[in-house]
Write a protein that binds this ligand. Sequence first.
Ligand code: IMP
Ligand code: MG
Length: 171
Amino acid sequence: MEKLKVLFTREQIAARVAELGEQITNDFAGEPVVLIGVLKGAAIFLGDLSRQLDLDATFDFIAVSSYGNQKQNSGEVKLLKDVDLSMEGKNVILVEDILDTGLTLSYLKQVILAHHPREFRIAALLDKRSRRQMAIQADYVGFVIPDEFVVGYGMDYAERYRNLADICVVP
Ligand code: IMP
Ligand code: MG
């Protein structure tokens, strides 16, 4: 655990987040958007991405728990906190740190679609495509990564390392 290897530097992350922000700004062309962050891992990504949007944006947060140990997702997802604001008729972008097996986002997609948004998109900073178990993909992806456990830039290992500015691999 002591030796963390940098996978993406803060400069690489900032450059990619700026590109995603420009893409989203162009796609929604002046329309308002609601950014829904999945707590806690997506909080920093949401903060940075939102400041790269030249759009009228509001924030909301949703929380889930998945059972099992920290490195393994057991497949059961439970909603701990729903959104506070109405999503009916809104352009909703679900903002997540990592799309891994896809269980979390498949579940959250159902939760959000039940609120009848006008448009629903997913922004995932990282995509571990090789791990996917559910047929779900993100509309905006920061980086596709191999099957390695990463921390930093909001992401944790047993709640630690969220405040690292770079994204690092846990050996
Ligand atoms: P999924 O339901 O398997 O797609 O799991 C996605 C969630 O698992 C992410 O939102 C993360 O919270 C967590 N997760 C998956 N891989 C990692 C990792 O490498 N580091 C930290 N959290 C991870
Ligand atoms: Mg998460």
